[in-house]
Design a protein around this ligand. Sequence first.
Ligand SMILES: Nc1ncnc2c1ncn2[C@@H]1O[C@H](COP(=O)(O)OP(=O)(O)O)[C@@H](O)[C@H]1O
Ligand SMILES: CCCC(=O)OP(=O)(O)O
Length: 351
Amino acid sequence: MILVINPGSTSTKVAIFEDDVKKVQETLRHDVEELERFNDLMEQEDFRKEAILKFVESNGYKLEDFDAIACRGGILPPLESGTYIVNEEMVDYLKNKTRVKHASNLAAVIGYSLSGGKIPVYITDPVSVDEMIDEARLSGIPEIERLSLAHALNIKAVAREVANQLGKRYEELNMVVAHLGGGISVTAHEKGRMIDVNNANDEGPFSPERTGELPVGDVAKLCFSGKYTKEELKKMFIGKGGVVAYLGTNDVKKVMEEGTEEEKFIIDAMVYQIAKEIGGMCAVLKGKVDAIVITGGIANNVEVVEKIKSYVFKFAPVFSVPGEFEMEALAKGALRVLKGEEEAKIWGEKK
Ligand SMILES: Nc1ncnc2c1ncn2[C@@H]1O[C@H](COP(=O)(O)OP(=O)(O)O)[C@@H](O)[C@H]1O
Ligand SMILES: CCCC(=O)OP(=O)(O)O
């Protein structure tokens, strides 16, 4: 039995798997006001842990029933794709050293605490999976290096699934995979390695709640305008940027269902930027692309997917895999280790 933990900014997804069969999954919603009483993300540890314990017990399980706890990986320093055993050093890094505050940082911290050292705890394909080629790392100034921060967990799982549909292994194909959620990652995969990604926090298309790439001169002006604090600017770029900045909502589904033509134009502009990023990643693969894959919540909307297709269909066959499969991917990552199909990697911070 595997307990899966995946915290988001306002909820924690939890699930229990028996082998690769999901027995139960719930999204434990946390009241925004409740979360606001914590000054720091890590202060939420006990609060979220209690909610998870309640979920376990109310479904008739005890912690001792689990062979492993599978957690969404947080923002660790760049690392290879795979399943990692959670250890003291990783927990310390996520609690005290990580450079980016992200709800996923809580998962391994909570899992490790719940395990009490008695159950193995794993993370698989965290946000900071980094398989970028060297030429992709340069930003244009030596002080800034491009970072590989993407929805790696879902993206890798979906890429494997599409490869399967094509009767091939992920490692045999070249693909461009775009995850379209609250944030957007567009990624180029060459024979099983994710060789370039737009950092879903800072680059690429605008998304339902992030600006993505911005004209740098204007950003510099904003920063020195005296109108905003550093925190306000960060919020403006991640959380209050993109679709929500134009329309006051980050809900693409609602805009597509109820929006006016003017409101839908914002989604068209987002689609345009997504298509441009996909085209760029096709160039990264030198035009040798076996599949373009569109996944994430927004991929549920056929109209949006068709619009993206209308730009990129000449580059490669386009597959739509709506939604996300993070819970399944986490359970499978832990299972591969439990069954001895894969060896868990040991993470250690490079000094
Ligand atoms: N059927 C749908 N049609 C269009 N957009 C959708 C649909 N379902 C979800 N979305 C949109 O997907 C976005 C959230 O994607 P999701 O992958 O669930 O986000 P997160 O990154 O928070 O996990 C929201 O803008 C939501 O409105
Ligand atoms: C930073 C890349 C991963 C990411 O954006 O995850 P969320 O959409 O869950 O914040």
